[in-house]
Write a new protein. Structure first.
Ligand code: TXD
Length: 313
């Protein structure tokens, strides 16, 4: 079977992290794309020179030319400007929309069958814009946020309970911002529902930390935003597609009537397999969670309208 081609548009902090992890997992050959001369080429060559130590057959190349996106099976887009302390995700809207528009036009020309995973912030608006600009089927254009937010909540629960990280599953839905919704009853600790192990008060504390986890890291790093956990989260989505894993992951998907939402991208549990987003799971929430989710959808709506106006020109 021919090796898969995975293109990483944006070879910065997250792009470089994903290139290394993808090489280790041998999911396919990797093309790093960036506008900065030398950065994609240098990072690709650097990992190539380390292949003996990780025992991989993956071939990595770097380029500044979008034509090299041709025939990609998966495209993961981190191209954009990361947040700096004091910047909100929405401050990024204008700058990063322009970048996503350029990348989307290139993908439309060269990679029509790709599964496109958008990472660039503000995430819900950028993935919405990507689908509009490319015109690709919504099942093939998805945003990475919920996998990261859910893994952050799961991490904080595991730390608090002193249990193995991979024994904790969590679900964080809604927009990728302060309005995201952490679901108490949906957290499983080794199959045990969290309410049997942790008070709602403590959970609410961890939910707040989850919603601000991006800011916490921006504040610590000072020069940019989180990149290891976002990179690992996006690779997890790509792997589900490439290996047809039918993984249930919370992703920013286009809702077409589900949860009473039409046309917007928002984070909900979905099944990712070889066809892309194969199923959107409508879960039952309690009244408070439903209200919080509705608020989160409202927060997403504004940015989507901004993108629509931008496209209309
Ligand atoms: O959960 C999530 N979705 C978020 C996403 C989690 C963390 C970071 N989030 C966002 O991802 C962040 O706010 C940024 O918008 C992106 C990328 O973050 P990263 O930390 O990787 O930023 P870098 O290191 O600045 O890398 C961005 C690269 C950089 O090398 C630029 O030169 C390049 O993008 N870039 C481009 N590449 C290709 N094409 C174009 N037009 C372009 N413009 C910039």
């Amino acid at each position: 079977m021919a090796k898969k081609k995975i293109a990483l548009v944006g070879a910065g902090q997250i792009g470089g992290t994903m290139a290394l992890v993808l090489a280790q997992k041998q999911l396919g050959d990797v093309v790093l794309v960036d506008v900065v001369e030398g950065v994609p080429q240098g990072k690709a060559l650097d990992i190539m020179e380390g292949r003996l130590s990780i025992g991989t057959s993956a071939v990595l190349t770097g380029t500044n030319n979008y034509d090299d996106l041709a025939g990609s099976d998966v495209v993961i887009v981190t191209a954009g400007v990361p947040r700096k302390p004091g910047m909100t995700r929405d401050d990024l809207l204008n700058i990063n929309y322009g970048i996503i528009e350029k990348v989307g036009q290139a993908l439309k020309k060269t990679a029509h069958n790709a599964f496109v995973i958008v990472v660039t912030n503000p995430l819900d608006a950028m993935v919405y814009a990507m689908q509009k600009v490319t015109g690709f089927a919504s099942e093939k254009v998805v945003g990475m946020a919920g996998v990261l937010d859910s893994s952050r909540l799961a991490c904080f629960v595991a730390m608090e309970l002193g249990v193995a990280a991979d024994d904790v599953q969590a679900v964080v839905m809604g927009g990728h911002g302060p309005s995201m919704v952490s679901l108490y009853d949906f957290v499983s600790v080794g199959g045990i529902p969290l309410p049997q192990l942790m008070s709602k008060e403590k959970f609410d504390e961890l939910s707040k930390r989850t919603a601000m986890a991006g800011d916490e890291i921006v504040g610590l790093l000072k020069t940019g935003s989180a990149f290891y956990s976002p990179g690992l989260s996006a690779v997890r989505m790509a792997e589900a597609y490439l290996l047809d894993k039918k993984s249930i992951l919370t992703c920013a998907v286009q809702l077409n009537g589900q949860y009473g939402v039409n046309g917007l991208y928002c984070g909900v549990p979905a099944v990712i397999g070889e066809k892309g987003i194969e199923k959107i799971l409508e879960v039952k929430m309690n009244d408070a969670e439903k209200a919080a989710f509705a608020k989160s959808v409202e927060a997403v709506k504004g940015n989507a309208e901004w993108v629509d106006n931008k496209i209309k020109g």
